[in-house]
Design a protein around this ligand. Structure first.
Ligand SMILES: [Zn+2]
Ligand SMILES: [Zn+2]
Length: 254
């Protein structure tokens, strides 16, 4: 699997794009920067979109993706997420007030975006990919994803504070090649991290003990205003397993 980091941050500023990872050019995880980060000719090639939760830095570009690609595809973008998250997106974004409801445009039968509800720990297939959605500790309904293709499995927790279940499920995967997770706030903002259900480098240091051993770890979702301090504090964790994600369109092959 080729994982392209369109946006690897938990915010937006010049040089920093919000969370969007594109697998093999066709399976998108979260839509924080897909419209602003890749060319429209690449946007139209996306088939399926997994949405971890409905915070704006993960869904904002669903709006612009639909607009950019309207009428350019013969089939809808298929969007897969938990029921409560779908409800939030339809109620607060595609509600014909903030943005047109692209789930019924140009028609209900053949819309620009079609939303599907998935359930925690109910495994499903999208073409050659097997997806296991697992609840994480963040907004109500938030999901991480374990994605398998051939002899490769990858974990994407997306936003989460300290969590348990996804590590238990991940340990059952014999072919785990990478873990994508998050650190959002520096150590001195531990209370903010607890309240918003995110990690600091110090809580991530503890979280590592629960993860499957030896597997490379990719940390994203750094808040742009704390970039330098976070990189310093992540380095101080003192393990060479960790790579910090950027927003400069880097890809990782697994
Ligand atoms: Zn986020
Ligand atoms: Zn979030």
């Amino acid at each position: 699997m080729l994982v392209r980091i369109i946006g690897g941050h938990g915010g937006v500023s010049p040089g920093f794009r919000a969370t969007s990872y594109l697998i093999d050019g066709k399976l998108l995880i979260d839509a924080g920067s897909v419209a602003s980060g890749v060319h429209i000719s690449e946007q139209v090639k996306i088939d399926n979109i997994l949405i971890s939760h409905s915070h704006l830095d993960h869904i904002s570009d669903l709006a612009f993706l639909a607009d950019n690609c309207f009428g350019m595809r013969g089939t809808p973008f298929e969007v897969w997420t938990n029921g409560p998250i779908k409800h939030n997106i339809m109620t607060h974004l595609f509600n014909d007030a903030i943005w047109p409801d692209f789930s019924k445009l140009p028609s209900r039968k053949n819309p620009t975006m079609r939303f599907h509800e998935i359930r925690p720990e109910e495994v499903f297939k999208l073409g050659e990919y097997t997806i296991t959605p697992v609840p994480v500790n963040h907004q109500e309904g938030a999901l991480g994803f374990i994605i398998e293709k051939g002899d490769c499995a990858l974990v994407f927790t997306q936003d989460t504070g300290p969590t348990e279940r996804i590590w238990e499920v991940a340990k059952e995967k014999k072919n785990l090649k990478g873990i994508f997770t998050e650190v959002s706030f520096p150590n001195n903002l531990i209370q903010v991290a607890i309240d918003s259900q995110h990690h600091t480098p110090s809580t991530m240091s503890e979280e590592l003990k629960k993860m499957p051993p030896m597997v490379p770890i990719f940390l994203g979702h750094l808040k742009p205003n704390f970039q330098d301090l976070l990189v310093k504090e992540i380095h101080a964790i003192g393990t060479d397993r960790i790579t910090v994600l950027s927003s400069d369109d880097t890809s990782y092959m697994f």
